[in-house]
Design a protein around this ligand. Structure first.
Ligand code: 5GP
Length: 172
């Protein structure tokens, strides 16, 4: 898939991060002008199309993400997967019958419990995990644990920006 001006998606993503990303300290990038606070919908459509291309060989029944930053990305991505439902894990309290696990957020330096209502992931479903960043891998691993608790299958894990120096990829 090719983005604007005939660039490959990776090239336009790289340029966008260089242009609009703000580096905080030595390990955090703020991309909230286009990805996770204000959202550039034309860019998110490119993201969705790129994920669809990369995961074209797997059957996807549902997309799972984590609140809040993953929600917009996952929702637009779902449009490129035949409008499959999107479920987001919640960090707030959820009553009822839930799957839950702990996720350590290194940006907030604290552990959160994330929860998904058991109604929304079912045995045998093929689940694609989508998030904005892959850093140390804790969020993606937590989401994968929830999928496994439900007896469903993780068919892929996609993050818009991978910070390879933080080792998440190796853990997954
Ligand atoms: P991980 O669990 O892989 O360590 O980190 C991924 C999660 O932390 C994502 O859900 C993402 O929202 C947040 N995150 C990690 N690194 C960054 C970063 O550099 N910038 C922003 N904005 N969020 C990040």
């Amino acid at each position: 898939m090719y983005g604007m001006k005939g660039q490959s998606f990776m090239e336009s993503l790289k340029r966008r991060i260089e242009k609009d990303g703000v580096v905080i300290g030595d390990s955090v990038i703020k991309v909230d002008s286009f990805l996770n606070h204000q959202m550039d919908i034309a860019f998110l459509k490119e993201v969705g199309a790129e994920f669809a291309k990369r995961f074209s060989d797997v059957k996807v029944d549902k997309i799972l993400t984590i609140e809040a930053s993953g929600i917009g990305i996952a929702a637009i991505t779902a449009m490129y997967f035949h409008d499959v439902p999107v479920v987001f894990a919640k960090a707030s309290n959820l009553s009822g019958d839930v799957y839950e696990t702990k996720v350590y957020s290194f940006t907030k330096q604290k552990e959160n419990i994330i929860r998904v209502d058991k109604k929304y992931i079912s045995d045998g479903e093929n689940v694609l995990i989508i998030d904005d960043f892959l850093a140390c891998g804790s969020a993606a691993l937590g989401l994968a644990e929830i999928v496994e608790m439900a007896g469903a299958k993780v068919v892929g894990i996609g993050a818009v920006i991978e910070k390879g120096f933080q080792g998440g990829h190796a853990k997954l």
